[in-house]
Design a protein around this ligand. Structure first.
Ligand code: MG
Length: 462
């Protein structure tokens, strides 16, 4: 077990650091779906326009080496909300990539989520958007700490009239409003089906604003998990056709506008200096979707892989007066958010292995990020390990989204400071580093206890 990243238990909540202005801060966590590392202008995109996020990036911190929870939606979100590698909760599988409408599993009740943790400190909690951690009643957000939930239970291309294949792909490229029979849940029941996807992003924001107004006098946690820019791409009529980047740019423009609206309500209510706002993405771009997918920019490959493009994501942190503006190139990851929020709210779950540490010293400029390593999983397989600038691949997919990963005869080694594109294998030049990373991987594997696979089970067909 790795001491720097693992086993952060109560009483080890990190060094003395910042004092929030007054009491625990509000937290707004906004997650895009399948948005790549290269898709924001603040990360170098030359065409897409996101003036609100540019401003957040300029006034806050922009992290360049921040990792999601996994290269796929379900596992990544499980890691986000629990602070634990998805393999520890069974939310990672070799049988299926993610949960589907016929899945019967979901996030186990034994997991402690961010909202469950924050509720013990008096937070109001709400989620808007794509859940993807189990759609059966026992798995829904209201049973995992959210007072309020409005959104879709899984991806917006599911419940399609065709199985995965050319017909579905054609529909994804030219979707009609009723092509995907995805339900919208609110108050624990289906209130709309198919989801009116053209207006759904706007409604997430409108309901978020209502929630903020209703809870302006106590701390709140708001999780906005956009289903976009996961394909199919539907933008509101106010944004459709506006971006030279096509529908993908339109959808990002709408999400950007939503960030601006949330910020405006914080400022109107005088809450901006006591609110931490984070914007990130659940995994890299779904490159098999070609031009309607995002871009991983400098990074190699995308969603579904353990190359950097699969898991390294944009991450903006904004909290005026507490987080000094800047660019941070230290490592951070989804798993660090629960320990960070725990530090800010004063409540860390006991008696469980966590896979992250408190980022507040790095966020406030008073100390380094606790993260020195990242373990890259695809499903329940540890495929690669990063330690400092070095990254070793043990199992990988060579090219193309749909080819199965294979175990490499000899690990590949990259120096991500020198070669963030992962182009130049230096394993033969640095056998000592390869050996060290292999030991790290072996040590890590020994600390992971096998649990029941939550993603594999599916309902019997009638
Ligand atoms: Mg995703």
């Amino acid at each position: 077990m790795n001491s720097a990243l693992i086993a952060v238990l109560l009483g080890l909540a990190g060094p003395a650091g910042v004092s929030p202005p007054s009491g625990p801060p509000n937290i707004i966590l906004i997650v895009a779906d399948d948005m790549g590392w290269g898709d924001l202008p603040s990360y170098g995109h030359p065409v897409i326009k996101t003036p609100q996020l540019d401003r957040i990036a300029r006034e806050g911190q922009r992290w360049t080496s921040f990792y999601s929870g996994a290269p796929y939606c379900t596992a990544s979100r499980a890691g986000l909300l629990t602070g634990r590698l998805p393999v520890r909760s069974g939310m990672a599988s070799e049988a299926r990539t993610v949960l589907f409408p016929d899945s019967t599993g979901g996030l186990p009740a034994t997991e402690i989520t961010i909202p469950e943790m924050l509720k013990t400190r008096g937070y109001a909690t709400a989620m808007m958007g794509k859940w993807h951690l189990g759609h059966l009643p026992r798995h829904q957000p209201e049973n995992h700490g959210f007072d309020l939930y409005f959104g879709i239970p899984y991806s917006n291309d599911m419940d399609a009239p065709f199985p995965d294949g050319p017909e579905k792909n054609a529909l994804i490229r030219n979707p009609k409003p009723d092509s995907f029979n995805v339900p919208v849940f609110s108050g624990g029941r289906i209130v709309e089906r198919p989801a009116r996807q053209q207006t759904l992003t706007r409604r997430y924001i409108e309901r978020s604003i209502e929630f903020i107004r209703a809870n302006a006098r106590k701390p709140f946690f708001l999780y906005v998990a956009h289903h976009a820019p996961h394909v199919p791409l539907f933008a509101h009529a106010d944004f459709a056709g506006g971006s030279p980047r096509g529908a993908y740019g339109d959808v990002l423009a709408e999400m950007d506008d939503g960030v601006g609206r949330l910020r405006a309500v914080l400022e109107e209510l005088g809450l901006e200096r006591n609110t931490l706002l984070i914007f990130t993405s659940d995994n890299g771009p779904w490159l098999a979707q070609r031009d309607i997918a995002g871009s991983s920019g400098h990074l190699r490959d995308g969603k579904g892989t353990t190359f950097e493009g699969g898991v390294r994501v944009p991450a903006l942190f904004w909290w005026p007066g507490t987080i000094p503006p800047g660019v941070v190139d230290q490592m951070g990851a989804f798993f660090d958010l629960l320990p960070t929020f725990a530090r800010l709210a004063g409540a860390l779950p006991e008696g469980r292995v966590l896979d992250g540490g408190d980022l507040t010293p790095a966020l406030t400029g008073t100390g380094p990020s606790p993260r020195r390593e990242y373990f890259y999983y695809r499903g329940s397989t540890l495929q690669a390990v990063r330690s400092g600038p070095y990254k070793a691949h043990f199992v990988t997919r060579v090219e193309g989204h749909d080819q199965s990963p294979r175990t490499l005869d000899r690990p590949w080694l990259y120096d991500l400071d020198q070669d963030v594109e992962e182009r130049y294998d230096i394993a033969s030049e640095k056998p000592d580093v390869v050996a060290r990373l292999k030991r790290l991987a072996d040590e890590h594997r020994r600390g992971v206890v096998p649990v029941e696979d939550q993603i594999a089970p599916r309902a019997a067909r009638n």
